[in-house]
Design a protein around this ligand. Sequence first.
Ligand SMILES: Nc1ncnc2c1ncn2[C@@H]1O[C@H](COP(=O)(O)OP(=O)(O)OP(=O)(O)O)[C@@H](O)[C@H]1O
Length: 266
Amino acid sequence: MRIETHALSATAGERTILTDVNLAIEPGAFTGLIGPNGAGKTTLLRLLAGLAEPAAGRVTFDGRTAAQTGRRALARAIAYLPQSGPVHWPLRAEALVLLGRLPHRGALGGIAAADRAAVERALATTDAAHLRDRIVGTLSGGERMRVLLARALATEAPVLLADEPVAALDPGHQLACMALLRDAARRGSGVVAVLHDLTLAARFCDRLILLAGGGVLADGPPERVLTDAHLRASYGIAVHRGEAGGEPFLLPWHALPSPTCQPETP
Ligand SMILES: Nc1ncnc2c1ncn2[C@@H]1O[C@H](COP(=O)(O)OP(=O)(O)OP(=O)(O)O)[C@@H](O)[C@H]1O
């Protein structure tokens, strides 16, 4: 499925969050959505998922609006992984992952073998099979995120929109998660992930969209987006750069002084 935004604007209360955003999310690419806190990444992701209405402009799904597409068809086409937060449902992890199959089941439909198989695949892929009998509310932050990712993967939707999927994960699981999102894109899915780790974004993503100042500051391959000028203008940082095995890395090194954040004088 191709998701497009057309002159999209978003507001929260009286505030304008995003203005005139024109993007296309294509199948077969892993896109990182980056930008400073409050730039509007979650806001944009929810709009791309058809979970919120724009203040102005349109979002289309293979050329049709969310209403024309229908809620059920959208739920089958787009898996949405929300930003991690507490989960209060007294559910076992396996039952939570099974909820990812709901869009495939009729109102009175039972659990088919295909549903069980999708749940098993998702639990194995996210290294969460051993957590299946745990009550979700008792899981650690990283374990919970892997179970929630498994729920999104169990949907087997052609589009996966993930809000900070690696934020709570340890380094090993971060790398595994980024690799599985990239593999999903290689198999034809359209994958968008909100990310704060710029090295993971540079290494694994095909494309980065940098939100700052109420819109898209840069959009393209990582090397064209993660320039010193863009990082200074968006995050107010200077970075150290390097290369390992032919792949780039960058470390946020200095917060640059700004009129509201001056370094202390001795
Ligand atoms: N319901 C709301 N009422 C008021 N302001 C809101 C509301 N929802 C979001 N905002 C504001 O909109 C802006 C964008 O929020 P959003 O969650 O999209 O940012 P983000 O880029 O995902 O940030 P972060 O990196 O911190 O997760 C923020 O300044 C936030 O405070």
